[in-house]
Design a binder for this molecule. Structure first.
Ligand code: NDP
Length: 468
C-alpha cells in the first residue's frame, strides 16, 4: 500500500516538532505535521517561555531593592507598563514561532495549519474534510488545563489567559499548589497584584521533598502572597465587576480575577483514538510502551498526552527517540528516571533530581546532608532569605540518590548536578570536586558531616535519643 506520507504528526509542540524535523531532516522521511493553533505548542506559546519572561519582568522591584542595599540610594523599579511588556512578549513569541516553522520548512516537512483527527490506523481527517494517509502516525497533542468542576468555574482564568490579559488584576485568587500555582503567584505578586493562593493541602508542591515544600510555602508568604492552606473554593459568582468566591468553609471573598492552576489533563478528546482502538488510561492519557508505541502498531504518541513525565525536554527526547527508532534504524528508548526539574519561584527557585528524603527513607538507610545559609549577595543587601541544599546519599553504597536545591538560580545548578548523579556519582566524588569560591554551588561539594541518618530504625532512634 502506498501512503501520502511516511509520518503524519498531530500536534506542533515540542515533541511533535522535534520528531517531524528529525524524521524528515535527518532520516529523509516524507513528513506532514498538523497544528490547529500556533506552531511551538504549550511550552513556547503559552507555557515555559512566556512564563519565564514574566518571572523576569516581575523581579524588577526586588532588583531595585537589592541595588539600594548595594548603595544605589535612589534605585526604584518605576512603573510597570503591562502594554509595553506585552508588545515585546508578543513579538518574541512571533519570533520563536517563526523559528519553529522555518526549522520544519528547512527539513521539508509539510505544514498543515488545521486540526486533524484519526479515521483509521493509517488515515487522518483534517478540519476541512480532506483525508490523508501515512505509514506511521504520531500523536503529540499535549495537555490542557483541568478545572475543578464547581459552579461558576467558567468565571476563572487558566494559565493561557494570563498571557492575554489587558492589565494586571488588582486582587487575584490563584487556586492550586503545583508548579503553575507557585510560579504564577510569584509573578502576580511581583507585578503588584494582591495575590491569594488557595491550596487544599498543607504545603505547596506535593510530591517534592517535604522540607523544601515548607521553604517554598514560606517564601510565597515572604513575598506577600496570602497563602491559604487547607482551602478550596466551592463556587464562583459574578458580583458586578468582581468575582465572589465561596470557599468550602462557607467564607465568601471578592477578587478581580481567579486563576485555576488545578492541574492539566491529556488533550485526547475528539481525536478519534478510541474508535481506532488506541488504548487510553484512567486520566485519558494514551498508553504507550517504552518505544512510545500505542496499542495500534502504526500509531505512536509522545509528550504530555502520554502523561509520563510532563516536561518539555522529556517530550523532545521522546520525539527524537521515536524518529531515530522508526526512521533512522537507531533504536533508542527514553530513560524516565532521574529527570531534573525546577520550579521558578523567586527569589529562590526549587530545583530537584532523584529521590526525596521521604522516598529515600522508605527505600533503606541513607545519610542526609543539609546546608542552610544566607547567600552573600542578598545578605549584603539586607535580606534574611536562606538558601537550602540537600544531598541524599545511600548509606551503604555512598551513591548520591537525590539532590534538592532551594536558592537563586537553582535550576541552573541542578542542570549541572544532573550529570554526575546520572552517572551514578558517589558522595566521595562530590567531595573530590574542588570548590569554586565564592559561589552558592560550592556548598554541594563542601558538606562534610551528615545532618541525619534516615531509613534505618536503629540510627533514627539514636538521633532521637541524642536530640531528646
Ligand atoms: P500540578 O499537577 O503540578 O498541580 C496541580 C495542583 O492543583 C495540585 O496542587 C493539586 O492538588 C491541585 N488540584 C488538582 N485538582 C484539584 C481540584 N479539583 N481542586 C483543587 N485543587 C486541585 O499541575 P500544574 O497545573 O501546576 O502543572 C501541570 C504540569 O505542567 C506539571 O505537572 C508540570 O509537569 C508542568 N509544568 C512544569 C513547569 C516547570 O517545569 N517549571 C512549570 C509549569 C508546569 P494536590 O497536590 O492536592 O493534588
Amino acid at each position: 500500500m502506498t501512503f501520502d506520507f511516511d509520518l503524519f504528526v498531530i500536534g506542533g509542540g515540542s515533541g511533535g516538532v522535534r520528531a517531524a524535523r528529525i524524521a524528515a531532516g535527518e532520516h529523509g522521511a516524507r513528513v506532514a505535521i498538523a497544528e490547529e493553533s500556533r506552531m511551538g505548542g504549550t511550552c513556547v506559546i503559552r507555557g515555559c517561555v512566556p512564563k519565564k519572561l514574566m518571572i523576569f519582568a516581575s523581579q524588577a522591584e526586588a532588583a531595585a531593592a537589592e541595588a539600594r542595599g548595594y548603595g544605589w540610594k535612589e534605585a526604584t523599579a518605576g512603573q510597570f507598563n503591562w502594554d509595553a511588556f506585552k508588545t515585546r512578549l508578543d513579538s518574541e513569541l512571533d519570533r520563536l514561532e517563526g523559528a519553529y516553522t522555518s526549522g520544519l520548512v528547512g527539513a521539508d516537512v509539510t505544514i498543515i495549519r488545521q486540526r486533524a483527527r484519526l479515521v483509521d490506523s493509517h488515515t487522518v481527517e483534517l478540519a476541512d474534510g480532506q483525508r490523508l494517509t501515512a505509514k506511521h502516525i504520531l500523536i503529540a497533542v499535549g495537555g490542557r488545563p483541568q478545572l475543578p468542576g464547581i459552579p461558576g468555574e467558567e468565571l476563572g482564568m487558566i494559565s493561557d489567559d494570563l498571557f492575554l490579559m489587558d492589565r494586571v488584576p488588582g486582587r487575584i485568587l490563584v487556586v492550586g499548589g503545583g508548579f503553575i500555582a507557585c510560579e504564577f503567584a510569584t509573578i502576580l505578586a511581583g507585578l503588584g497584584a494582591k495575590t491569594t493562593l488557595s491550596y487544599r493541602g498543607d504545603a505547596v508542591l506535593r510530591g517534592f521533598d517535604d522540607e523544601m515544600r515548607g521553604h517554598v510555602t514560606q517564601q510565597l508568604r515572604n513575598i506577600g502572597v496570602d497563602v491559604q492552606l487547607g482551602s478550596m473554593p466551592s463556587a464562583l459568582a459574578k458580583a458586578g465587576e468582581e468575582i465572589a468566591v465561596t470557599f468550602a468553609d462557607g467564607q465568601v471573598q471578592r477578587y478581580d480575577a481567579v486563576m485555576w492552576a488545578t492541574g492539566r489533563q491529556p488533550y485526547t478528546k475528539g481525536l478519534g483514538l478510541e474508535e481506532v482502538g488506541v488504548k487510553l488510561g484512567r486520566k485519558g492519557q494514551i498508553v504507550v510502551d517504552e518505544w512510545s508505541q500505542t496499542s495500534v502498531p502504526s500509531i505512536f504518541a509522545v509528550g504530555d498526552v502520554t502523561d509520563r513525565v510532563n516536561l518539555t525536554p522529556v517530550a523532545i527526547r521522546e520525539g527524537h527517540s521515536f524518529a531515530d527508532t522508526v526512521f533512522g534504524a537507531r533504536p533508542r528508548k527514553v530513560d524516565h528516571t532521574l529527570v531534573a526539574s525546577a520550579v521558578y519561584t523567586r527569589p529562590h527557585e526549587l530545583a530537584t533530581i532523584g529521590l526525596t528524603e521521604e522516598e529515600a527513607a522508605a527505600r533503606g538507610p541513607a545519610d542526609v546532608f543539609v546546608s542552610s545559609f544566607r547567600p552573600m549577595r542578598s545578605l549584603f543587601a539586607g535580606s534574611e532569605a536562606r538558601a537550602v541544599m540537600k544531598l541524599i546519599v545511600d548509606a551503604t553504597t555512598d551513591k548520591v540518590l537525590g539532590c534538592h536545591i532551594f536558592g537563586p538560580e537553582a535550576g541552573e545548578m541542578i542542570q549541572m548536578v544532573a550529570i554526575p548523579i546520572g552517572m551514578g556519582a558517589t558522595k566521595a566524588d562530590f567531595d573530590n570536586a574542588m570548590a569554586v569560591h565564592p559561589t552558592l554551588a560550592e556548598e554541594l561539594v563542601t558538606m562534610r558531616k551528615p545532618t541525619r541518618r534516615i531509613g534505618d530504625s536503629t540510627a533514627a532512634q539514636e538521633v532521637q535519643a541524642v536530640t531528646a
